[in-house]
Write a protein that binds this ligand. Structure first.
Ligand SMILES: [Zn+2]
Ligand SMILES: [Zn+2]
Length: 149
């Protein structure tokens, strides 16, 4: 068996091919470790731990460590999560301060503004009797009980 393989195994082409594939494997290994580290970093999921898992598992079997990481990694990037959190926070603030922002240009407005001073959007209507700011869909003034036309 060894005798049959010997000319192939010792031929320069085979040695070159073997070295090239080892080199390729090494590059792939480093790239995988780096990719895992960067990906875990962006997801806020213990980048060094996962980089080491991939680093040490790779020589045994190239993919299990990386596959485990792919399964257990957080589903979204940290920036995405933070951005979504900020968006929700902004919406909550806007809801709490009723009439706090113009629905059209999102600039801050006072609750008794009739139009937005920034984009001229109609925000409220004045009561036909007492002139106080009413929401556009109110049919009666809650201040003076006057029905609105
Ligand atoms: Zn506006
Ligand atoms: Zn009124």
């Amino acid at each position: 068996m060894g005798d049959i393989l010997k000319p192939i195994v010792t031929s320069p082409t085979f040695i070159l091919a073997r070295q090239l594939s080892l080199l390729f494997l090494a590059v792939f290994w480093v790239a995988t470790v780096f990719w895992t580290w960067r990906d875990a970093n962006r997801r806020g999921a213990m980048p060094w731990f996962w980089a080491l898992v991939v680093l040490f598992f790779f020589p045994l079997m190239p993919l299990p460590g990386w596959l485990v990481y792919m399964v257990v990694r957080p589903p979204e990037y940290v920036e995405d999560a933070r951005e979504r959190e900020l968006e929700i926070r902004a919406k909550e603030v806007a809801l709490q301060t009723t009439g706090g922002v113009c629905a059209s240009c999102l600039k801050p407005v006072e609750p008794d503004f009739l139009i937005c001073p920034y984009c001229m959007k109609k925000l409220k209507k004045p009561c036909i009797e007492c002139g106080r700011a009413l929401k556009m869909n109110w049919t009666v003034c809650p201040y003076c009980k006057t029905k609105q036309e």
